[in-house]
Design a protein around this ligand. Sequence first.
Ligand code: SME
Length: 148
Amino acid sequence: MDYELAENKIKEIISNNQNPQVLQYVVDFLYKNFSSYNWIGIYIVEDSYLVLGPWQGQQSTQHIKIPIGQGVCGSAAHSGKTEVVSDVSEDQRYLACFASTRSEIVVPIKKDGVVIGEIDIDSDVPDAFDNSDALFLEKVADMLSWHI
Ligand code: SME
């Protein structure tokens, strides 16, 4: 799906639904409309951990509580910067969840400059995420920051 159209659809989902379902609906929408997004989860910051919230994908993950600073997720939460991993087998920080995953993007969700959560997406496609995905998902993260 076109990123601009997706952004508008997500705005609609957010304005037509109540918390906390909004997060699940947005995750479901991304999963359904972006074929290379094979697993999508929202982690919420609680103390010094990332705790898994709504997710969508074929399998559940064992990583439901990740210390900030660990893994690709924990790095993004620590730095506040989007992480794009084009080949997970080459990244020492990577915490494996699914044998099929080849690439990953993690986008922090910030409120007043503070990381309060993040969007984590795994793909079975190598190098699935580019700058357009990062820019799009950063906009989605901004929209979601009001619903965490
Ligand atoms: N791969 C992540 C862990 C979360 S799973 O992908 C769902 C990481 O390295 O932090």
